[in-house]
Design a protein around this ligand. Structure first.
Ligand SMILES: [Zn+2]
Ligand SMILES: [Zn+2]
Length: 254
């Protein structure tokens, strides 16, 4: 795609975002007009799967049949992830994927206050101890093409809602990698490594309890790479908070 085409695409997204603010509210998932100030139509609301405990105390995957007070899933027991804990507001499925893709690719930013409330609820425990909220960064080329970093917008809204400090540029993606879309778990880990990221101001990370924010947790490869960089920089704790997470064995494309 040429630079001009990318600029047009970006302008189109921003224009749609502005229109969304002016037109009557539309369902964030299916796009039909909603009544009052509702963000979702009744069928889309009822199809949504908001995550709640019991979940794995490390990765936050739902463990509906767990009886232990702080259960641990088999995957985390076998191989602990590079981050300390992860929490997600929604299960990524055919319903929530329409909301996430409308936000990320369709520029529907009016759902951000609602997404932040869901995330603040799911990540209450993590945010209560957080010194700093950091979004997963985009490489500048992708940022130029998309016009916004969806993770930074989520991080900003969560930080505002919870009164926490956030920093959009402290963690930087300096190596452009192929899109993770459609890649399997192994390919995702190979595609994105800690070498893709670097810290611009390492002194702010040392000893800090950090909550990393992203839109979707799929295999955890991206969040894991960021967490590794932050740990090397001396972070005392690195947790991850996302809008939606893919359930183990989930097949909905991202
Ligand atoms: Zn709907
Ligand atoms: Zn787990």
């Amino acid at each position: 795609m040429t630079a001009a085409a990318r600029a047009l695409q970006r302008a189109g997204r921003i224009g749609r975002g502005l229109l969304d603010l002016l037109l009557p509210p539309r369902c964030l998932a299916c796009g039909i007009e909603t009544t009052g100030a509702a963000s979702l139509c009744p069928p889309c609301w009822s199809g949504l799967h908001l995550l709640a405990p019991p979940w794995c105390r490390v990765c936050g995957c739902p463990l509906p049949h767990a009886f232990a007070e702080a259960p641990l899933c088999g995957a985390c027991a076998e191989t602990p992830p590079p981050f300390d804990r992860a929490r997600a507001a929604l299960r990524y499925d055919e319903h929530s994927s329409r909301i996430v893709l409308g936000f990320k690719r369709g520029g529907r930013l009016e759902g951000l206050p609602l997404f932040a409330r869901w995330m603040a609820q799911a990540g209450e425990e993590l945010l209560a101890e957080a010194d700093l909220i950091l979004p997963v960064p985009l490489h500048r080329w992708r940022l130029l093409a998309r016009g916004f970093n969806q993770s930074a917008l989520l991080a900003r809204h969560v930080a505002r809602l919870t009164g926490r400090t956030w920093s959009p540029f402290l963690l930087e993606r300096h190596r452009a990698t192929a899109s993770q879309q459609g890649l399997g778990a192994e390919a995702r880990r190979e595609n994105i490594t800690a070498a893709s990221f670097r810290l611009r101001r390492p002194e702010r990370v040392e000893g800090a309890r950090i909550v990393l924010v992203d839109d979707v947790l799929t295999t955890g490869a991206t969040l894991g790479a960021c967490a590794t960089v932050l740990r090397r920089g001396g972070a005392a704790r690195v947790d991850a908070l996302v809008l939606a997470r893919v359930a183990k064995g989930g097949t909905v494309p991202i």
